[in-house]
Design a protein around this ligand. Sequence first.
Ligand code: FMN
Length: 312
Amino acid sequence: MTVAQQLEDVRAQELEWTPTEIAELCESVSRAPSVHNSRPWTLTLHRRTAVLRENPAALMDHDPQGRDQRISCGAALMNLVLAVRDLGWRAHVEFGATSGLVSAVVSAGEPAEPSPREQRWARSIPQRHSHREPFSRRPVPELLREKIRDAAAGPRCGGRWVGSAAEAVEVARMLSRSAHAFHADTGYTRELTGWATPEGRKLQRASGDLRGLAAVGLTALTTHLPDEHVLARLLREESVLLVGTRGDRAVDHVHAGQAVERAWLEATSAGLSVSMMTQPLHMREVRTALAESLGTSLIPQAIMRFGYPAEG
Ligand SMILES: Cc1cc2nc3c(=O)[nH]c(=O)nc-3n(C[C@H](O)[C@H](O)[C@H](O)COP(=O)(O)O)c2cc1C
């Protein structure tokens, strides 16, 4: 081998991800939240770039338009970017689409220290999980609510807290209406029950025991639905954030997923528990009515609930 070839080999190696970097990138992406835990993406790593591609999960009854699939990809992309930053690289993101499926190429640029906030979010990735149980009655402090809303804010997307008692009543009415529709939807329940992964079956079993707001976010035939008054009370007691986007194209759904994950990691880093739901928002009329009653121009993409875990 000539000296020039040897030099080229060394340079090529310098341009590759190291095994430790590969482990962190793969682990961070696999820990992202996803619809029915389907992880509807593929990740390819090559020459200090990471390519995340939407990989259809085929949830025909639950997600016929692929909205949740793309929101899931956005959450995975957020974790990927945070992992690249945590490894000490600047992260350049380029969005694309092939045959109607979105993709994002993340390239590690020059070395750059992550900010304290990025470090905090990256460290919270392994701790983040869905908490569908009730919360304690301790309210989330206003300053923390501001930080969570700031975290959700991004390009053409943002968050809006459900605030007043009147808003809570309106939102409860819509959530109750959509939950009753899903309660009667045998196709949706069949999809959950017969779904090919143990996670899907676990979620279907869990849906029977859910109470409160979580029950209207994962409704199947066996779910016990709370009445509207209980929902309205919970909407006031728990901190409930609507995450929305300015547009409703495929890339907007990816941005929504990024926003959801940032808000979730911010909350996790402060010791809060979180769960999210999109099921009610699959009904167009619920999306429209929700935006109207909250007086927001954001297109609703996800509803997140935040609180301190109940003790014992
Ligand atoms: C796009 C999207 C939609 C989701 N929709 C719901 C939902 O409607 N109800 C619910 O209880 N959880 C929902 N989840 C949460 C997932 O079920 C959860 O992230 C997944 O099962 C993995 O569990 P983990 O969050 O504990 O890691 C959703 C997550 C994503 C990313």
